[in-house]
Structure formats: C-alpha cells, structure tokens
Design a protein around this ligand. Structure first.
Ligand SMILES: Nc1ncnc2c1ncn2[C@@H]1O[C@H](COP(=O)(O)OP(=O)(O)O)[C@@H](O)[C@H]1O
Ligand SMILES: CC(=O)N[C@@H](CCC(=O)OP(=O)(O)O)C(=O)O
Length: 301
C-alpha cells in the first residue's frame, strides 16, 4: 500500500513536470488553427488511432482550432481489389473512372471519415465528419496534369478521369465551426461546378484548407520520421529554398516530392509552418506541438 502511494506521488510529480514544460507551448498555440493531415498509411493500428484521437481532443481542450483532413489510399485500394478493380496510379495520383470515384467517396467520406469521428467522440469531444461538398466548402475541376516522358522528353497530358484540382475554398463553414465545440474531420472529395464528384489527393486537399485558413501549422502524418538527408538522418528544419534544393538534387524523391511541394505551396499561401512527421509514433501530434524539440521536419518560409 505504502509502495503504491509512493508510485502515485512519483507519477503525479512526473506529470506535473511534463505539464509545466508543455504549458508555454500550449499558450503559444491557443486560438491558432492547426490542420492535421492523417494519411492512410498512419492508420490501421487501433491503439495508435486512439492516441491520435486523444491528441486531437487535447488540442481542442487546450484552446486550439484543430482540423483533421484524412486520406485512405491503402484502404481504397483494398476495397477496389475486393471488387475486382485494379488500382492504377499516374504521377502518384489514382486514375479514377466513374465506378472508382463512387468507391473512393464511399470509403473516404463514408467509412474512414466516420471511424475517425467516432474515435474523437470517444475521447469526449464533438467531431463532425465532412467532405468538400458540405457547406460548399471546396470546389474542384478536372485535374490538368502533364507528364514529361523521360525517354522522348515529350510532354504528355495525363487523363486521370475524375481526379480534381481545387479551384475554390469557402471558409464560411470552417469559421463557424472554429467558434463552436465541433472538430471538423474532412474527407478529400469535392464537387465540380460541372456536377461531377472529384477525388483529390489528401495532401493537396489539406494544403488548400490550411492555406485558405492561414493556419499556424499544417502537420503531415506519414510513415517516416520526416524529411531525411542523403545519409538517412532526420532534418529538423528547412526553409522553402532548402526544401526546393533537396528536390532538385534528388535527396527528396518518390511520394515525398509531392508532399514537400504541397508544403511549399501551403507556406506560399500563408501557412506559418508545415511539419512532416511520423504518424506511426504514438502521440506524434502532441510531441511535435508541445515539446521543445518537436518530432519531425519543420518547413518555414
Ligand atoms: N528524403 C526523403 N525523406 C523521407 N522520405 C523520403 C525521402 N525521399 C523519398 N521518401 C519516401 O517518401 C515516402 C513518404 O511519401 P508517401 O509514401 O507518399 O507518404 P503518405 O502515403 O504518408 O502520404 C517515404 O516512405 C519514403 O519512402
Ligand atoms: C487523386 C488521389 O490519388 N486521391 C487519393 C485520395 C486518398 C489519399 O490521398 O490518401 P493517402 O493520404 O492515404 O495517400 C486516392 O485515391 O488514393
């Protein structure tokens, strides 16, 4: 019994110390908008998912305006495969025909969106699941992507079907929610003025939302610790110019290229800082925001 009491007081001392260290950071982000992009690769583990939901709830409780934008690429791929449809990507984007966009919307705005809402609600908060269609929040148009054939050096136009580029973000609904108890959880699906539904890369979608809201931070939860240098070491901070140089010299490659490019666009659109961090680390969001050393790579102007 005496031992237990001792443990308790040690625990509470530790907690008090942690809290006092976190306090200045909590004050720093009070009333700030923080957009968190929760990628499909960071999902899947129930315990990690609950830790993520607890972090988002704690942000709201400490006066932040958190907005979750989620992906779900691997989950869409699994559903398509169960239905006998093969996933095809061009330049990192899913080629999306009419049947595929229906399934994308079902998986993203349906099951994944509601799972995240339920996890946050289980932490005692009020999450509300949305997509670009809700409250006329986001409008898209058919994406116009080109591709330079490395063999012939000829530029080709890519027809990705119902993949969209964002052309408009209306912040009315998100401004209303910021003043309420609600935490928006947004799926990257948006309507076009042409009446079609468009599938939008979740990183791009999160960048556009963060830019339109002049967010203080945009966090990308992925499956690596952040941007790594040529020796595989984590780079703690980068300027936009340094980030561009890492793309140009090939240090940043593959899926990290569009991610870092989205970071650069978001900063140019008015986001104060963007962080790429490992969503597979429990409580990555709190470690990034509420500790001195952060958790990932911070990119700033
Ligand atoms: N310099 C780099 N630093 C970190 N990751 C890199 C780098 N260059 C390429 N990558 C790759 O980028 C991947 C992250 O991009 P991606 O798979 O598209 O993320 P997500 O699916 O979470 O959006 C990493 O898993 C890694 O393989
Ligand atoms: C156009 C396009 O590629 N859309 C993505 C949307 C989901 C997404 O981006 O999810 P992650 O963040 O988990 O990768 C897709 O269909 O997979």
């Amino acid at each position: 019994m005496a031992d237990q009491q001792h443990d308790h007081s040690e625990d509470s001392q530790k907690q008090a110390k942690l809290l006092s260290q976190a306090l200045p950071f909590m004050q720093r982000y009070e009333d700030c908008t923080i957009v968190v992009k929760y990628g499909g690769n960071a999902m899947g583990d129930a315990e990690l998912g609950q830790a993520f939901a607890r972090d988002v709830a704690l942000l709201k409780q400490s006066g932040v305006n958190p907005i979750v934008v989620h992906g779900g690429g691997p989950q869409i791929g699994r559903m398509l495969s169960e239905m006998g449809i093969e996933s095809k990507f061009e330049g990192g984007l899913r080629v999306t025909d009419e049947r595929t966009v229906e399934i994308v919307e079902m998986v993203l705005a349906g099951s994944i969106n509601k799972d995240i809402v339920a996890m946050i609600n289980a932490e005692g908060e009020w999450a509300i699941g949305l997509c670009g269609k809700d409250g006329n929040m986001v409008f898209a148009e058919k994406a116009h992507k080109t591709f330079v054939d490395p063999d012939s050096n000829i530029e080709r136009i890519l027809d990705l079907g119902f993949v969209g580029d964002i052309v408009e973000v209306d912040r009315t609904l998100l401004d209303l929610l910021a003043k309420s108890e609600m935490i928006p959880v947004i799926a990257p699906v948006a309507p076009g003025r042409d009446g079609h539904t468009y599938n939008i890369n979740a990183d791009t979608f999160a960048g556009a939302i963060a830019g339109a809201l002049n967010a203080t931070r945009l966090l990308f939860l992925t499956d690596v610790p952040g941007v790594l240098d040529a020796d595989g070491n984590l780079i703690k901070q980068l300027t936009v110019d340094e980030a561009k140089a890492l793309i140009a010299d090939g240090t940043v490659s593959g899926g990290m290229i569009p991610k870092v490019e989205t970071c650069i666009h978001a900063i140019e659109a008015g986001v104060e800082g963007v962080v790429i961090l490992n969503g597979k680390t429990a409580h990555a969001v709190l470690l990034e925001l509420y500790t001195k050393h952060g958790a990932g790579t911070l990119i700033v102007r």
